[in-house]
Design a protein around this ligand. Structure first.
Ligand SMILES: [Zn+2]
Length: 398
């Protein structure tokens, strides 16, 4: 079975000096077009109470004789950028996103070429107004004809190209294994099978060097080598973490048919007074998100756990909840069945149970948006194996 999915392929690229100059110019013009729009609109609104629509701003920006120098670079990324800008404003006015911000010169730069801005023959990439193909490290083949390509330059100075495609993703053969996950700090991922992966401590490993590189930035000259060094360090930590979560999520999806995990309220937990730094370092936000779309690609099921379901304070056998379980308690005896419980493994096993997605007992049962009932995929609920009078007083089935 196959399905059309959007995928992206990202590669490291090494532009020549000439190409780098051309790209830097393109990035600059793209930024000008992107930033010019809110400035024009704000000025018109607060200056003479006029509302300018998209077409008018585009005309003012691009057709203005004073900005005729914009024609020095390919018009493809500029037009694409205007579309991005329009979309950003549409989302903002619809209340779905924050107000679009100005792009800064020292942030990550990017330019998107849709099809037509680059001839594609399956291997080499020569962008519009470039006379030689870009030097790209092709670590894997691009899965299908790309619909657009984005060139990026990170703060650290590394260049990347990413191809966006729409392709048939081959579904993985079905397996009869379901797993519950617990995301933690001592072990970033604990499976209901008892497997723990530890914590790589991406930040802590480099923290001292990072602090040294970032120390007293006021004493370092803008655009100095030391500033670049600090930026590279931050980028490398993020790269390592991203690589780790991608590999982890792909492996979990490959090995299991149904994956249950809780989606953390990352914004909320990042307000923690002492653990915020550690929480930011383990990627609790990224992993469930990656699990969700990887599951969709490969025909697996990802089941998000209800935020208020007490996965940690509940014994997974008889579903008895204790009132209080301090963070320091890693192992605890169940007061009802006497089982010795590992805090994290018990939480992972609780994630796997059926009522974990419905919230705590007494919580109004409501379906999670986009959730597929995994019962057809060989899902087993521990409650079903017991006789009715042994069952826990959980939520009555709908
Ligand atoms: Zn128990």
């Amino acid at each position: 079975m196959q399905g059309m999915e959007r995928k992206a392929y990202k590669y490291r690229s090494y532009p020549t000096d000439d190409q780098a100059r051309g790209l830097a110019q393109t990035f600059g013009y793209v930024r000008y077009v992107y930033n010019g729009r809110p400035a024009l609109r704000t000025e018109a609104w607060f200056g003479h109470h006029e509302r300018i629509d998209d077409a008018e701003t585009d005309r003012l920006l691009v057709r203005d004789p004073e900005t005729s120098w914009l024609a020095e670079v390919s018009c493809v990324p500029l037009q694409q950028d205007l579309q991005h800008r329009n979309a950003a404003f549409i989302h903002f006015f619809a209340g779905r996103a924050q107000c679009p911000r100005f792009h800064r010169k020292h942030d990550r730069q990017s330019a998107t070429y849709h099809i037509g801005g680059f001839p594609w023959k399956g291997s080499n990439l020569t962008l519009a107004q470039m006379n030689a193909p870009l030097d790209i490290r092709w670590t894997r083949p691009v899965g299908a004809e790309p619909t657009s390509v984005t060139v990026r330059k990170h703060q650290a100075g590394c260049s990347f190209v990413s191809f966006s495609t729409e392709e048939d993703v081959a579904r993985l053969p079905e397996v009869n294994v379901n797993v519950g996950l617990d995301l933690g700090l001592l072990d970033t991922v604990v499976r209901s099978t008892g497997e723990k992966v530890g914590n790589e401590h991406f930040l802590r490993r480099d923290e001292k060097q990072l602090a040294r590189a970032q120390r007293s930035p006021v004493r370092k000259q803008t655009r100095s080598r030391n500033r670049t060094k600090a930026r590279c360090k931050v980028a490398r930590i993020a790269d390592r973490r991203r690589d780790f979560t991608h590999k982890r999520s792909t492996r979990i999806i490959r090995e299991n048919q149904v994956v249950c995990a809780e989606g953390w309220n990352v914004k909320g937990v990042l307000a923690h007074p002492t653990l915020a730094k550690n929480i930011a370092d383990v990627g609790w936000g990224a992993l469930p998100r990656q699990l969700e779309y990887t599951a969709r690609w490969y025909g697996r099921t990802f089941v998000p756990i209800h935020r208020f379901y007490p996965v940690r304070k509940r014994c997974h056998t008889f579903r008895q909840t204790v009132d209080h379980l301090p963070l320091a308690v890693r192992y605890w005896p169940c007061p009802i069945c006497g089982a010795a419980l590992d805090r994290d493994v018990n939480a992972a096993q609780n994630s796997k149970t059926r009522d974990s997605r419905n919230g705590p007992p007494g919580w109004r049962r409501r379906p999670v948006e986009g959730m597929i009932d995994p019962l057809g995929n060989g899902w087993r609920d521990p409650d079903e194996a017991r006789s009715p009078d042994e069952r826990s007083p959980g939520i009555p089935p709908a």
